[in-house]
Design a binder for this molecule. Structure first.
Ligand code: BGC
Length: 740
């Protein structure tokens, strides 16, 4: 037996090699059989006829084209029945090359998880990985092979509606989350029936679109690109992301879709990416509008030569690529490389061996209502909630408050669908399987003492409902208000110039607050909103994002103390749109303002604060955490030594709680200007009331590295500040020197 095990261990690398070889050999033999038209077909992706997530091109006889081998992949086709129907057509082609089915599984499929930005607020990598895992299990059971996620775009501009899809503003947190999501989606690896291919998108720098306007241009230094915007992509790749999606924006004048520097030099060159790149919806053809391509033919040539392998929905490849090869404008070797990359993934997914591998009705049924998934969703939702403010410990509400009258006011109190957010799926039984806040508060305290008034709609100007809301507030002992955005207000193509709480909702809060009752405001939204009056006058505020299927339960648990919140903001919250872009890891200026009264010829606004309303990393708990000063293992280090920084964190409050202890570093003087602080580590710890824990961070010279003016990634000798604290704004600092 021992011998057998040893032999197996010894032979394993060869077996793996043989397996690889087999795929390579099989790839070669398929490629040898393929005509040019069949190759081009593989580089073409169409939207399914049942739903669309972008502007449709009307040609179609789509189904005939599949039979003719003109389609390599479909998007927006889900369900075993439909995917089987289309795969049947692919099986009628000459070479029986299976179709790949791609879908935006952004935050869950049947079970809707919190929007990705909300999940990022949990700073809980395990929970985030689990969320992606469950999404993959459910989607793959419904015939999906490939998710267009994770979106790993760094976002410093909450006017941009797509902030909801990512992990916020920080490259370090963003990289860890990118990795967790890729691992979750791809599970134990491609080839397992419950693994879907991940797709890191949008490559690259889409989050920096000018003015926060979707699809807009991006102009940035290469140093900033490498330091801030690329790290999460590299992390996704290192975690094994099977595919990448390029992007709608141009980067420094070259559309990302035809950007050779991004796709060939960095991604497929320096990073040695072996998967394939899909364009964004229509982005190949849209280069005509950019003024970069003359026509679709030109666009297909530019995109393909620059490393874009598959054309999503612009029809530029299918209509022109074969001709371009014949004219010598695109080399056959370039097409072969793209097709090889695409087919390799089809092999790795096991689709050549069984094209119907993901078409299992029994599994689809089994995963349709999986209670364990709902439990995980509730856990994720609770972890995502951020307690922004809690004066005089108004929260948590006591269950005994059931004896008192509670007024529930606001347009989101009874809503069900809004909590699902953008990029989620509607199912026919949603209204019976998903509960509202009203339902869940009733469960906590009983219905007889609850009052309800809507007060106003989410986004219109009518105040007709104010009187009723005021009347019940007068009658109640406590008021809970549920306000925010509708689910289609933040997402793709949902850029906003005004990110204040929409409609007259903040006026409603003012009117109700005037009744002088203890008041808790819940804000549900897909992005950081502005609600300054509320921040300044309401004692307790919870940011509840869009939390998914079990969102209302999660909120009620937090309101009544069945869960102590621990979320931390993954984006800075501005106090006015004029501060945007606003982020914690900025460069100091030559005239930094030290406070809002320090304005005389300073880098400040004469009409507004320079500080965010809520800082990156901010988030309270029902208990209090006290931080000791930072102890360093040494104040003077040399070369590749390691540094340990430690703090003692004590739970000084009445409740057990969870804290995210954050580590920031500042390089005091550099050959290029360095940010005032950069997140370099964090630990999520649980402390019982009264308990203390020593939290240790090991810091190496890797944590000091940055891109210098020659784009060389290295560290420099000098002085550093090590900061540890509860948010980017509230830290304890220690200094040291570290020399080469
Ligand atoms: C979005 C992508 C998405 C694609 C397919 C595009 O409009 O930018 O993120 O994956 O549509 O739905």
């Amino acid at each position: 037996m021992r011998f057998l095990i040893l032999a197996f261990i010894f032979l394993l690398p060869q077996l793996v090699n043989a397996q690889k070889k087999t795929i390579d050999q099989r790839l070669d033999s398929v490629l040898r059989l393929m005509t040019l038209d069949e190759k081009v077909g593989q580089m073409n992706q169409y939207n399914g006829p049942w739903s669309a997530t972008g502007p449709l091109t009307n040609d179609d006889n789509l189904l005939t084209q599949i039979k003719e081998g003109k389609v390599g992949s479909m998007l927006n086709v889900t369900g075993v029945a439909r995917t089987r129907e289309l795969q049947d057509l692919a099986m009628q082609t000459r070479l029986r090359i299976p179709l790949l089915f791609g879908q935006d599984i952004i935050h869950g499929y049947r079970t809707t998880f919190p929007i990705p930005l909300a999940e990022a607020a949990s700073w809980d990598l395990e929970a985030i990985e689990r969320s992606a895992r469950i999404a993959a299990i459910e989607a793959s059971a419904a015939g999906v092979h490939w998710t267009f996620a994770p979106m790993v775009d760094i976002a410093r501009d909450p006017r941009w509606g797509r902030v909801m899809e990512g992990a916020g503003e920080d490259p370090y947190l963003g990289s860890l989350i990118a990795k967790a999501r890729v691992k979750g989606f791809q599970g134990k690896g491609l080839g397992n029936t419950d693994a879907v291919m991940a797709c890191a998108k949008h490559f690259a720098a889409y989050g920096a679109a000018v003015g926060g306007r979707d699809y807009n241009s991006v102009d940035m230094s290469l140093r900033q690109l490498h330091e801030v915007y690329l790290p999460p992509f590299k992390a996704a790749l290192d975690a094994g992301a099977a595919t990448f999606m390029n992007s709608f924006n141009d980067l420094n004048g070259i559309p990302a879709t035809a950007n050779k520097y991004l796709q060939r030099d960095i991604l497929k060159g320096q990073w040695n990416f072996k998967g394939f790149v899909v364009s964004d919806w229509g982005s190949v053809g849209e280069m005509i509008n950019h003024g970069y391509a003359k026509d679709n033919k030109d666009a297909s040539m530019l995109a393909t030569n620059a490393g874009s392998d598959m054309d999503m929905e612009s029809r530029s490849n299918i209509q022109n690529l074969a001709q371009l090869v014949k004219e010598g404008k695109v080399k056959m070797s370039v097409v072969d490389d793209a097709v090889r990359r695409i087919l390799r993934k089809k092999f790795e997914m096991g689709l050549f061996d069984d094209p119907y591998k993901f078409c299992n009705e029994a599994r689809e049924k089994e995963q349709w209502n999986n209670p364990a998934h709902l439990d995980a969703e509730k856990d994720m939702a609770r972890k995502s909630i951020v307690l922004l403010k809690n004066e005089n410990q108004l929260l948590p509400l006591k269950k005994a408050e059931g004896q008192k009258k509670i007024a529930l006011i606001g347009p989101l109190v009874r809503s069900i669908k809004e909590h699902l957010g953008f990029w989620s799926y509607d199912w026919p039984d949603d209204s019976t399987r998903i509960t509202s806040l009203w339902d869940e508060v009733q469960k906590k305290v009983g219905g007889d003492k609850l009052l309800y008034a809507k007060g106003c709609n989410i986004n219109d100007s009518s105040k007709a409902g104010f009187d009723e809301a005021i009347a019940i507030a007068k009658d109640a002992d406590i008021v809970i208000m549920s306000v925010g955005e509708a689910r289609d207000m933040t997402g793709e193509a949902k850029s906003k110039s005004n990110i204040h709480l929409p409609g007259v909702q903040e006026e409603l809060i003012r009117a109700v607050t005037a009744m002088g009752k203890p008041i808790v405001v819940l804000i549900s939204a897909g992005r950081p909103l502005i609600f300054n009056w509320t921040v300044d006058h309401v004692p307790a505020i919870l940011y509840t994002w869009w939390l998914g299927t079990k969102g209302a339960e999660a909120i009620a648990d937090v309101l009544f103390g069945d869960y102590n919140p621990s979320g931390k903001l993954p984006m800075s919250f501005p106090g006015t749109e004029g501060q945007i872009p606003i982020y914690y890891n900025y460069y100091n200026t030559g005239r930094p303002a030290t406070s809002d009264s320090d304005r005389f010829y300073r880098s400040a606004y004469i009409d507004f604060s320079i500080y965010p309303k809520f800082a990156f990393g901010h988030g309270l708990s029902y208990t209090n955490f006290n931080y000791s000063s930072v102890t360093l293992s040494s104040k003077s280090l040399k070369g590749n030594q390691k540094l340990t920084a430690s703090v003692i964190v004590t739970n000084t409050g009445k409740y057990d709680g969870t804290e995210v202890v954050q580590l920031y570093i500042r390089d005091m003087v550099g050959s290029v200007v360095r940010p005032v602080k950069e997140l370099k580590g964090f630990q999520k710890i649980i402390l019982k009331a009264g308990e203390s824990k020593t939290v240790l961070f090991t810091i190496t010279t890797d944590d000091l590295k940055f891109y210098n003016n020659d784009l060389k990634y290295d560290w420099e000798s000098g002085e550093f500040e090590i900061m540890v604290g509860t948010s980017s704004k509230d830290v304890k600092t220690a200094k040291l020197t570290w020399n080469k």
